[in-house]
Design a protein around this ligand. Sequence first.
Ligand code: CP
Ligand code: NVA
Length: 308
Amino acid sequence: MTTKTINHLLTLEELTPSALDDLLGLAAEVKRQPEAFQSALAGKKVALLFEKASTRTRMSFEVGVVELGGYPLFLSSSDLQIGRGEPLTDTIQVMSRYVDALMIRTYAHETVETLASAGSIPIINGLTDSHHPCQVLADLLTVEEVFGTRTAKTLTYIGDGNNMAHSLMIGGALSGMHIRIASPEAYTVETDIFERANELAATTGGSVTLWQDPVAAAEGADVIYTDVFASMGQEAEAAERLTQFATFQVDATLMQQAKSDAIFLHCLPAHRGEEVTADVIDGPQSVVFDQAENRLHAQKALMLTLLT
Ligand code: CP
Ligand code: NVA
């Protein structure tokens, strides 16, 4: 069986390779013909709950729900009773009576798992400390647009073994891509996620490999990807991380290791002069704003898949 019902999107592991193909195909169609979907979520309410800051995730979900004819409810945890200690399991049972889905950005990944098991509506992970699946849907759509395919493309991620690295390993493995993660040894990815991604890659002809030398990892790559050295919640470690990641900056010399038609991706927000130089992120190989736009189209396809 190649398809299964998708109830939630917590890590991308809910998807089979063919379900991911279908979702990205729908995203491309939604992007081409948005007017064909403008009533698709008529009458549906989608709660968008943030425990961390956001520009792209908040706006692309809010605009996406509106463009599909649904109704978005923006919620901040500091304004809800969960900010005063109401149990998550009570909150999600109440929410399940009011809305058709919940997108949440939070800290511990266990939070989204708890919500998914205690509630009766689809839960969409809008970023946890461990995963950022919605971002990777947009990233894969962007790779497909640029190269006409994802299969067998090499994506080198340089930097922290964080939520982005984890989701790229899973999404890349599902896509039959070659994902190389280059991080300082003390900041590499979580072993269990790496092992699961590796198992997935073995079924698709892809691969997931860990590197400590960013220059070697970038050689011959189709895509160079990076993210901030200190993620949300790690602000106190920012100065130490700048030192630890000093040789992991994506600059023009590093880009030259990749193929001549390689693209540069970054989930944003970016810190020019830290993880990437301005000449790279603002240069001709960078497609970061197409990538950011694709959040909207990919998530519209995701909501159509989960809610219709
Ligand atoms: N890439 C991303 O998730 O951006 P925001 O933090 O602005 O939502
Ligand atoms: N790794 C970053 C991604 C932001 C979109 C963070 O978690 O802050």
